[in-house]
Structures are given as structure tokens and as C-alpha cells.
Design a binder for this molecule. Sequence first.
Ligand code: FES
Length: 100
Amino acid sequence: MDQHDNVCVCFKVSLHKLTTFMEREQPAVPSQLSQCLQAGTGCGWCVPFLCRLHAQHAAGQQPDLSVSPEDYVARRAAYKSAGKIHQGDEATDAAGWTRG
Ligand code: FES
């Protein structure tokens, strides 16, 4: 994924915007990434990816997702067409993720 590709497709929040937000705000928990242009508060598809980016940042790594933007968008489209919405899971619940 390129820096200018959107991680949160619903709100068009790019990897670059999220990286800059994390560098500036140093969010303690992944759910604070929702303060970056409401990332993760729409369909919920990107929440596990936001958690992964936060974990990478917290570990001192350059946040990155090893997925092609085309595959990412296609998988999200399938997620939405299946009528799924984010219900939360153990990992995201532990991260304190809440949707607005
Ligand atoms: S892709 Fe981020 S909330 Fe839908």
C-alpha cells in the first residue's frame, strides 16, 4: 500500500494522514485513530488494519500494510456487499475501539 492510498475508505483517510497523526498525537490506544478524520467509524472494515498500524507505530516501526490497494478495496467491497458491519472482536475490544 502506498502512503497516499486510503486505509479508511469510508472517510478517505490515507496511510500518510494516519502516520502523520500518530507521529503528532502519539495515540495511547488504537481507537484514538478515529480522531483522525473519523477513521474507522463508518463500516468498520478498516478497524483491524488501524489496530495493526497502531501496533507498528507503538513498536517503533514504520506503519505499513502489505496489501495492494486494489486487493484492499476489493476485499472491502466484498465485506460491504455481504452486509457485514463491524461487530467488534477480542482484539479491537481490548483496544477500546468505539464507533461514533
Ligand atoms: S473503511 Fe474505514 S470505516 Fe469503512
